[in-house]
Write a protein that binds this ligand. Structure first.
Ligand code: NAP
Length: 290
């Protein structure tokens, strides 16, 4: 299978590239090599090459910047995915497009299924929802995969920032009243191939590790794992912040955006591992040797 991955230098795209390189014929494009905000260039570049599967892990992911750069967010996250789907249609190729738990408003207070109505409360969420709709409207068996709180070795995220702070400072804190599920890029890479040549009813799938936590609990677990592995830290515990303390954030964020993976389990007969296990694995593999 010939696969093209967009967003190849991003946290998720780089992990997919690394994991699939040995088994598949893979080409990756990073932001410099293919800019999703230049739709003519996207058409020209992708039409010129052959592939069976296009994976779009590229996006304008800075949630606050999307509030002020709305047109750009809509172009990259909303319009470009629809163009990618059309390019795939012309080649009879499949598109797997990544989206986010931020398409939900967070008010359900129970895990969101693929059938729950989206109701974004940020422009990032709105632009990503527009992208989902454009991909699905193009038809042809394309799949939208929503993920939450992505972490992994290829680009630092919240967990790495918290570990770094704990190494430098005795007092650290994190938001305790916002909930979702940390999801390991390597686990996403393991789950995805089951859908490379499989139709998904409704076209949307939720991928996340199992369970639920606040950012404070997530950070505390990361510190506990580091401590168990003998990594010296100045901070022992993570203090609690409230969402309302985050006055520098311009975008609203959903307070409880846990994604249900029941559909994934129904389709594959497997359950993603717990987020605590995934975080422990990540820290063991990428911090213990440092
Ligand atoms: N990170 C999370 O917690 C999270 C949560 C839910 C959903 N998601 C979704 O998961 C997917 C992967 O995100 P990620 O975590 O891997 O984020 P990431 O590390 O920010 O990766 C996104 C990639 O897209 C690239 N990009 C940005 N603008 C582009 C453009 N105009 N043209 C081409 N490439 C562009 C970025 O390149 P540069 O950095 O060089 O600009 C970056 O390599 C995205 O669809 C995101 O919406 C992420």
């Amino acid at each position: 299978m010939k696969i093209v991955i967009l967003g190849a230098s991003g946290r998720l795209g780089a992990a997919l590239l690394r994991e699939y390189r040995e088994k598949h014929d893979i080409a990756g494009f990073n932001h410099t090599q293919l800019d999703l905000s230049n739709l003519d260039a996207v058409r020209a570049k992708l039409r010129a090459i052959g592939f069976d599967l296009l994976i779009n892990a590229a996006a304008f992911t800075n949630v606050d910047a999307c509030e002020t750069e709305r047109e750009r967010a809509f172009l990259i996250n909303g319009e470009a995915p629809g163009i990618l789907a059309q390019i795939c249609n012309a080649k009879e190729a499949k598109l797997i497009h990544f989206s986010t738990d931020y398409v939900f408003d967070g008010e359900k207070r129970a895990p969101y299924t693929e059938k729950d109505p989206a109701n974004p409360i940020s422009f990032y969420g709105e632009s990503k929802l527009a992208g989902e709709r454009n991909v699905l409207a193009a038809g042809n068996g394309h799949v939208v995969v929503r993920v939450s709180w992505v972490f992994g070795p290829d680009r630092p995220s919240f967990i790495d920032a918290m570990i770094k702070r704990a190494q430098q400072d005795e007092n650290i804190d994190a938001v305790a009243d916002k909930f979702s599920t940390p999801t390991y890029t390597n686990d996403i890479a393991g789950m995805l191939p089951q859908f490379f040549d499989r139709e998904v009813e409704g076209g949307i799938l939720h991928f996340a590790n199992a369970g639920k936590c606040s950012w404070q609990e997530y950070a505390q677990w990361a510190l506990d794992c580091c401590r168990d592995g003998g990594i010296p830290l100045k901070a022992r515990t993570v203090g609690a912040l409230e969402l309302s303390d985050m006055t520098t954030w311009t975008a609203r964020r959903p307070v409880d955006s846990v994604l249900s993976t029941a559909k994934y389990t129904e389709l594959t007969g497997t359950t993603p591992r717990a987020w605590r296990e995934a975080v422990a694995d990540y820290i063991t593999r990428f911090y213990f040797k440092k």
